[in-house]
Ligand binder design. Structure first.
Ligand code: URA
Length: 240
């Protein structure tokens, strides 16, 4: 074993024993942990032999992937929920996965959480049609269970393709699950908020999921702070 490998092993062991745990025994990650992990936002490789990877616009991409059966959710979904909004959007919102309303209508964020998202957009002087809205998973997990890592792994190349076609200036992650997945970290939502991350060259901001705000209105104030931070950054870019 090389000296730096031994040092890293010792560091990790030390960190393990010094780790703080919450009441439920979950590890509380420190800022440094989050930073260290989020520096290597993951690379899921794009398939090399699937024609959709060559599509040049969102309409064709939707047509060529909306019959996807790569994971089990293909069998239980009503509709494939591709995404909606401006194909040239500067801002892309990424949620977790479609819920019952989205599965029924084939459009992301159309239920109660979606109505709140529309209000959040209005608060920063944006409309649904100005931005692009999608999810990590394009199909609804039964009973709204959390997405499984394999499902996210199989679906993420579609998101990469959407990002590469839209080329947004900002990605706003709605909720812990989407943010943890894109930043490849186990950090808490609190540790991921209030900073501008770099996600494969695009600015990425993390905020509460609108469904969480419906459950706990006390989080609306910090969510507003997140959106103000976003708007300030966005203003800097559009004024250039
Ligand atoms: N929750 C999500 O994460 N996405 C939706 O589209 C709807 C609810």
């Amino acid at each position: 074993m090389k000296q730096d490998e031994i040092r890293e092993l010792l560091d990790n062991t030390k960190r393990y024993f010094l780790q703080q745990k919450d009441l439920f025994g979950n590890i509380i990650y420190t800022e440094t942990d989050v930073k260290k992990k989020s520096n290597d936002a993951h690379e899921i490789s794009m398939p090399t032999d699937e024609p959709w990877t060559e599509t040049g616009n969102l309409v064709d991409l939707d047509k060529s992937i909306n019959n996807c059966l790569k994971c089990g959710l293909g069998k239980t979904r009503t509709n494939f929920v591709f995404g909606v909004g401006n194909p040239n959007a500067d801002v892309m919102f990424v949620g977790e996965a479609p819920g019952a309303d989205e599965d029924a209508q084939g459009e992301p964020f159309v239920g109660r959480a979606g109505q709140l998202l529309n209000k959040i957009l209005a608060a920063v002087e944006l409309k649904r049609e100005d931005v692009y809205i999608c999810n990590i998973l394009k199909c609804r997990p039964p009973n709204n269970r959390d997405p499984e890592p394999t499902e996210m792994e199989l679906c993420t190349p579609y998101l990469y393709k959407q990002i590469s076609l839209i080329q947004p200036k900002f990605i706003i992650c709605l909720g812990r699950i989407a943010a943890q997945w894109l930043l490849q970290t186990n950090g808490t939502l609190g540790s991921m908020r209030e900073k501008i991350h770099d996600y494969r060259g695009t600015k990425l901001i993390v905020t509460y999921h609108p469904a969480a705000l419906l459950r706990n209105p006390n989080w609306k104030r910090p969510a507003w702070e997140d959106m103000k931070m976003f708007r300030d950054e966005y203003n800097k870019i559009i004024q250039r």
